[in-house]
Design a protein around this ligand. Structure first.
Ligand code: FPP
Length: 243
């Protein structure tokens, strides 16, 4: 119901691409006397709601930071829970993406994931190729620096093999990133109280508007998203120029 109450009017300046760092799950659980893993379960559920809302209000791309290349350092049971939630989410998505016409892409080093997750990523990629429209990107085993190095290696391979020539441009380099073909985020949201980028979409966020809030990710509901969008709509985006 909350999502319907908040549906915005077409024609408003809705960011085309929203990126979110899903932070605060652990603290959300701790405040309720629950294990951290319960916070991740609540966070995963919230992702579903926010993704649906984004699709309904006309956002074209939603990219979330679910698991970084550094998150493997977390306790084993926490990593296992996050991977289980992701498997469950992708399995359910495979059943509903066609009905809801949703595209989904995983950004990150999939070689470092379990064979089961890799298979799910392959299936979501296949289904996504058949649609146009809203796209959710989940960053998984993702790091911004890792992505840039990965892209540079691929470019060097192509250059050495003569598959590309001339001076490398920014647009050309962007084609080697996980986000190839996707416009840069307009709005980057970080719930959970921290004000840093944490190795997320370092290349792509060059001109993103940042929005920070103390609200923890599992509590970041559609009203909170509306507040972030309202703040975005007041920003004066100059891209280094003047008006
Ligand atoms: C950060 O909160 C959250 C994570 C590292 C994991 C996020 C993963 C999910 C929500 C699960 C699956 C996701 C999807 C998209 C289906 P934190 O643990 O650092 O919180 P804290 O700062 O309060 O400790």
């Amino acid at each position: 119901m909350a999502a319907e109450k908040n549906i915005r009017q077409p024609g408003e300046n809705i960011p085309r691409h929203i990126a979110i760092i899903l932070d605060g799950n652990g603290r959300w659980a701790k405040r309720r006397g629950l294990p951290r893993t319960a916070g991740h379960a609540a966070g995963s559920e919230n992702f579903r709601k926010i993704a649906t809302y984004c699709k309904n209000i006309g956002v074209d791309y939603l990219t979330v930071y679910a698991f970084s290349t550094e998150n493997w350092k977390r306790p084993e049971d926490e990593v296992k829970t996050i991977m289980r939630l992701l498997r469950r989410y992708l399995n359910e998505a495979i059943d509903t993406m066609e009905r809801d016409q949703i595209r989904m892409k995983i950004f990150g080093d999939v070689q470092g994931l379990s064979p089961e997750l890799r298979e799910l990523v392959k299936k979501t990629d296949e289904i996504s190729q058949r649609y146009q429209g809203f796209q959710a990107n989940i960053c998984l085993n993702y790091g911004g620096r890792d992505e840039i190095v990965h892209a540079a290696r691929h470019y060097a391979e192509d250059y050495a093999a003569g598959r590309t020539e001339g001076e490398l441009t920014e647009a050309q380099f962007g084609g080697y990133l996980y986000s190839a073909g996707i416009p840069d985020p307009d709005l980057l949201i970080r719930p959970g109280g921290e004000q840093r980028i944490s190795n997320f979409l370092l290349w792509q966020c060059a001109y993103a508007e940042f929005y920070f809030t103390d609200v923890l990710w599992p509590d970041f509901n559609t009203d909170e998203l509306d507040k972030a969008i309202a703040a975005f709509q007041k920003r004066d985006r100059r891209y280094g120029g003047v008006k």
